[in-house]
Design a protein around this ligand. Structure first.
Ligand SMILES: [Zn+2]
Length: 429
């Protein structure tokens, strides 16, 4: 927590302003009409020159895999958090499929102890297990947990939860008002496709079909409706899922998350020397599905998350059946959101909703808006900066060290990141 006078920034409205940050909170916003940039800093506050940069709420990414404990050679809570703030993300929700799984209070305490050094806020999405309903109740009472994660289908580091246990967790979470984040892929549908397609990266989308996703989403919506549960659908890959959500009758308590890789990449991109880099669950989809999902971003989707899932290139070079699933990208969510804004896909209000505002409201976090009384998690952006991802002065910060997006030209760049009123990242500094 820190005090700071943030001088001469540009608000999303276009007005120049100064922000007074005290105790990690936005105390006041002095827009140009009321003296703004010229306002002298209160004598007791250190001053940061915003240089006329655009100020936005820091991004909230509720879907990251920082791999600690158990996978520290891929990422740690510290290296992952450093990559996050480099990209303007100020809150990360770490997933429970670490080793051990975050399904007990002891495992949660272990992660919480490691989080102290991280430069951004960390939350831990607690894992549902067959016999841990009591653990969930206790974990949800700690400041670290805002959501329960359920794997309805198998993925790397997790075998999937059986239907009767899934239902019990939905019932309890509904009574508690605890949002449930689901990985929606139907186990039996995936098992039925086994043996019908070659096992390689290009057939990954056949082995784990959109129909398998739709079946699981249908069932998750049914349970959320029956038990009054708030439902966060992770990494939706198809606009057909949006149709189901909109017809569910419970749209207001469903959060639809999409990830940059499903918006930017399709099965047509899967080529090159290490094809398993594109292996991810749920899979990349055919080009028309990708295009339809991207078209839906302006209105029908609630939020962006990275599903940052780092693995080493050596692991990705293993044969298909042994190569782990997952694509890294925690540091590029806000940059892509800015680039889509620069393309004219949506306005700044929508950009804020997609990157922080909607998920903050869904989870009850006092973040995701530029208002007095909110936590001072901020990012300063040069909206006109043109840069190339993974080239020049952009080096991949994730410990895994690689990205599928290298060479992508972008417009709009996060330059300074503040968490709780303290500068935690400065580009080039
Ligand atoms: Zn994930």
């Amino acid at each position: 927590m820190s005090d700071l006078f943030l001088h001469d920034v540009r608000l999303p409205s276009g007005e120049r302003a100064a922000l007074e940050l005290r105790g990690g909170i936005i105390r006041s916003i002095h827009a140009s009409g009321s003296g703004g940039p010229g306002l002298p800093a209160p004598a007791d506050l250190p001053r940061e020159d915003g240089r006329g940069l655009l100020v936005l709420p820091g991004a909230i990414d509720m879907h990251v895999h920082f791999r600690q404990p158990g996978g520290e050679h891929k990422e740690t809570l510290l290296t992952g958090a450093r990559a996050a703030v480099k990209g303007g993300t100020t809150t990360c929700g770490d997933m429970p499929n670490t080793s051990p799984h975050t399904t007990t209070l002891a495992a949660l305490a272990q992660k919480a102890a490691l989080a102290a050094e991280a430069p951004c806020h960390l939350l831990f999405n607690f894992g549902a297990a067959p016999e841990n309903l009591l653990d969930v109740r206790q974990a949800a009472a700690t400041p670290w947990v805002r959501a329960l994660k359920i794997y309805m289908g198998p993925s790397t580091g997790h075998g999937g939860l059986a239907p009767e246990h899934t239902e019990a967790h939905f019932r309890q979470a509904g009574r508690m008002g605890l949002p449930v984040m689901v990985h929606a892929e139907h186990i039996e549908s995936i098992a039925a496709a086994e043996g019908r397609f070659p096992h390689d990266a290009r057939h990954h989308a056949d082995l784990r079909s959109i129909e398998a996703e739709l079946t699981a989403v249908h069932e998750a919506l049914r349970m959320a409706r029956d038990h009054g549960t708030k439902l966060h659908l992770c990494h939706v890959t198809s606009a057909r899922v949006l149709d189901l959500v909109e017809a569910s009758g419970i749209r207001e308590r469903v959060f639809v998350e999409v990830c940059p890789h499903h918006l930017l990449l399709s099965t047509a991109d899967i080529h090159g020397p290490v094809e398993n880099r594109y292996k991810v669950n749920p899979p990349l989809r055919p080009e028309p599905e990708r295009a339809a999902l991207l078209a839906a971003l302006a209105a029908r989707i609630d939020g962006l998350a990275s599903d940052h899932a780092p693995h080493t290139l050596a692991e990705k070079r293993l044969p298909y059946d042994e190569a782990p699933s997952g694509i890294p990208g925690v540091e590029y969510v806000l940059p892509f959101a800015l680039a889509w804004w620069a393309e004219g896909r949506y306005d700044l209000a929508r950009l804020i909703a997609l990157t922080s505002g909607n998920v903050a409201r869904f989870l009850g976090l006092n973040r995701g808006a530029l208002e007095p009384g909110r936590e001072a998690d901020l990012v300063l952006v040069d909206p006109d900066a043109r840069w190339t991802l993974g080239a020049g002065d952009d080096r991949v910060a994730s410990k895994c060290g690689w990205t599928l997006y290298a060479g992508t030209p972008l417009r709009g760049r996060p330059l300074v990141t503040l968490v709780g009123g303290r500068v935690v990242y400065r580009h080039g500094g």
